[in-house]
Every structure is written in C-alpha cells, then in structure tokens.
Write a protein that binds this ligand. Sequence first.
Ligand SMILES: [Fe+2]
Length: 240
Amino acid sequence: MKKRTFLKRTAMAATGVTVAPSLLFSSCKGEPKAAEPAAAALAPVVFELPEIPYGYNAFPEIIDAMTMEIHHSKHHQGYTNNLNAALKEAGIGDKTLEEILAMDTLPTAIRNNGGGYYNHNLYWDVLTPGEDTGSAIEPAVVEHFGSMEALKNELAEAGARRFGSGWAWLCQDADKKLFVCSTPNQDNPLMQVAERRGTPLLGIDVWEHAYYLKYQNKRGEYLQNILKIINWQKVASRMA
Ligand SMILES: [Fe+2]
C-alpha cells in the first residue's frame, strides 16, 4: 500500500470522510477493502456547503443578491445538512455522491436532499459573471443541436415546461451524446428514476425560490436571462 493511500485510509477510519467542495464531483469514496474494519468502511461521508466564488451580488441584473443569499445559505445549506443526517442514519459511507444518487434503492431523504445538494453544487458551478465562454463547447453543441442558440432554446423550453418545481438539464449519455431533459423536484439524470439517464453538464434550477423575488411568475424571463451567464467553458470541461 502506498504511503499516501495508507494515510488517507487511516484518517478516514479515525474521523469519517469530510468531502471538500472542490471534490464534490470527483471520488469521495472511503475506498473500503476487505481487510479494513467494518467501522472504517461505513464511516459516514460528510458533505460541505461549497463557497460561491463570485459572491451574492455577481449578477444583480439577472439574479438579485437576496435571492442568491437565501438560495445558497438557507436552501442549499438545508439540503447539505439533511443529506449528511440521512447518510449517517442509513450508514452510507463508502460511495461517491454520484454512486449514492445512482443506487437502485434510494431512501427518500437521500433522494431529495442528495439531489438538492448535488444539483445546487452544479448550478453555482456553471454560472459566471464573466464574458461569454461558449467557444469551448460550441463544436459539440453544433453537432448535437445545430447551434448554441438552438441549445439555449431547448433548455429554456425544458425549464418552462416543467410543471411545478424541478430542473432543466444539459447532459451527456453513456454514448457521449448530448441531450436536454428535465426532472421534477430535486431528482436528476444520475438517478434510476430519470426518464433518460446521463451525466449532468449543466443544471438550471426552476424552483420558484431561484427566481420569484425578481421575476415573480415570469419563469420564462428568468430562463432567458440565466442563460446569459452560463460558464460554457466549465460545462465543456465536464464532458467525457
Ligand atoms: Fe434551488
């Protein structure tokens, strides 16, 4: 066993596993092996609320600071806390977040709060106050949708047509094909319940808490605007 691996396992066995926000979409497994004590294999994973690097007032014309603050510090924090509690109760500690969400039997509390945690991580991660960064993903988008404009229209339509609360997604399937879809509540395309499964590259929150203070019932306007602040370079970096 390499020294680094040994130290990692020893630390996890002693303290459980705390997942740094920078590792949210990578492996956070406890790497349990048959020779390890059962307690180490089941050490609970503890997820942390990621920081928003651009702050709450990064896009006042698109999303007001109060919405950003409540969304992050109350809603996202709540999903984080509830996910950690649910994982502890279920004794799940040897899987990545992606593996947890893809489980055959997903307890309701983990489905709702694990989805909420993952979905919001992605939501914040693919927004940017900077310039349009579309060029990195444009060739793949043109291949699958015809143009960036066509993709944005499809995403806006998916979000607008979602009845009640949910998400609009750009995903990549196992054959590396890009597709747009929508899921209800805090479900996402990693889950077995999804109509079409794939890896989320971009997620747009269409729960009213994401836009209601500024847009009230005008979800379509929120969707048109949020598509102006997508970090397409980040989206492209998530493609296989
Ligand atoms: Fe949300």
